[in-house]
Design a protein around this ligand. Structure first.
Ligand code: AGP
Length: 364
């Protein structure tokens, strides 16, 4: 991949379109079918050390933080290690307790984000082990970390991150699988996840092929003053990332909430003028998510669902291909990148260079 626009009108469109190949690259050479696991030599963490990890703390900013949230969920599900993500920009200012049995993971596309770098330096000064999940090879965070993995998304030029988000989540799936297979994840489940990972590039292609349909929806929603994004558990970071994407390039105000929190406050906002984008995967929480759609519909809210089948309560459903439950968030975010893109395009925004933002924030 190059910095050339390759026939696209914007870098964002080019980068969204490259995601099937990019995912192929992050997987390449890492899967070991003999043991249904993956090889991540760059972690510099042997099996004995990996078994000693009691907790994982993931640090990143913006989109990388959202990818880390999905990563934490994958690590808990597949490796059963307690894990959470926190904005590095908050972590570095709150004098955190640094625990020797915790493995810290710094996430960054550019590898130069100052808030993340400062968190890594503080952690290392206190003797913590820090891994990097980074896109740019040889960047400051990659050099500072004790080990890690590159996400191989290729150059990302557009200020808003798209393909790197997807690849970072896939990288976390590999890390979770690796840690899981060292611990209690069965061979059968390892194989199930590997098969799911291998299906991703083709399924991404299917989602991208529906661009015209998403463009029409975007044109319809482009008039909204504000939008709500909801998701539950695995779907919540997808909602957060989709809302950030829309804000960054369209300047439409957007909020993301866990679907379960609606009744604790934001339901008061629901009315016909505030559309809701709902992440509704076909998993164990489907009925709960459908109940949230009913709550919104009862208040005459418009609903755009991203789901694995048509949702009766939604005004529109973008149907995405089903993968393994754990990997579904990777696919469900992609149509919402296109939704943000076409919304911003319909509003005549400068998509690659949104106002007030820089590609990498290398200052305090
Ligand atoms: C993404 O669309 C953003 N522009 C921004 O939130 C970005 O993800 C954040 O600044 C972190 O950047 P990094 O991944 O290069 O560290």
């Amino acid at each position: 991949e190059s910095y050339d626009m390759g026939g696209h009108d914007t870098y964002m469109h080019k980068e969204i379109s490259e995601q099937a190949d990019a995912v192929d690259r992050v997987l390449r050479g890492r899967i070991d079918d003999r043991f249904s696991t993956v090889h991540l030599g760059g972690l510099n963490l042997d099996a004995r050390e990996a078994r000693g990890v009691r907790r994982i703390k993931i640090l990143g900013c913006g989109t990388s933080y959202h990818a880390g949230m999905i990563g934490a969920g994958l690590i808990e599900e597949l490796a059963r290690i307690p894990a959470d993500a926190e904005p590095a920009s908050e972590f570095r200012y709150r004098n955190p307790v640094v625990d020797p049995d915790t493995l810290y993971v710094a996430v960054s596309q550019s590898g130069e984000t100052y808030d993340v770098l400062a968190a890594v330096q503080e952690l290392k000064r206190k003797g913590a082990r820090v891994l990097g999940v980074v896109n740019v090879v040889g960047s400051a965070i990659a050099r500072e970390a004790d080990g890690g993995m590159y996400v191989h998304a290729g150059p990302e030029v557009c200020v808003v991150s798209t393909k790197c988000f997807t690849n970072t989540v896939v990288a976390f799936a590999l890390l979770a699988l690796h840690l899981g297979r060292i611990r209690d994840l069965s061979v059968a489940d390892g194989k199930r996840i590997i098969d799911g990972l291998r299906r991703l590039p083709e399924q991404i292609g299917e989602i991208l092929a529906a661009e015209d349909e998403i463009k029409k929806l975007a044109e319809e929603y482009a008039g909204a003053q504000s939008m709500m994004f909801i998701g539950r558990v695995r779907g919540y970071p997808v909602a957060l990332e989709a809302s950030l994407k829309l804000k960054e390039i369209s300047y439409i105000h957007a909020e993301a909430y866990p679907a379960s929190e609606l009744k604790h406050g934001p339901l008061a906002l629901i009315e016909p003028a505030l559309p809701t984008v709902a992440i509704v995967p076909d998993d164990d929480l489907l009925e709960k998510n459908r109940a949230a759609l009913e709550e919104i519909k009862a208040r005459s809210g418009r609903i755009l669902a991203v789901a694995h089948r048509e949702q009766a309560k939604a005004d529109h459903t973008i149907v995405v291909p089903k993968n393994e439950n754990e990997l579904d968030p990777i696919l469900m975010g992609i149509p919402l990148q296109l939704l943000a893109y076409h919304t911003a395009l319909a509003m005549g925004r400068d998509i690659d260079k949104p106002r007030n933002l820089a590609k990498s924030v290398t200052v305090e």
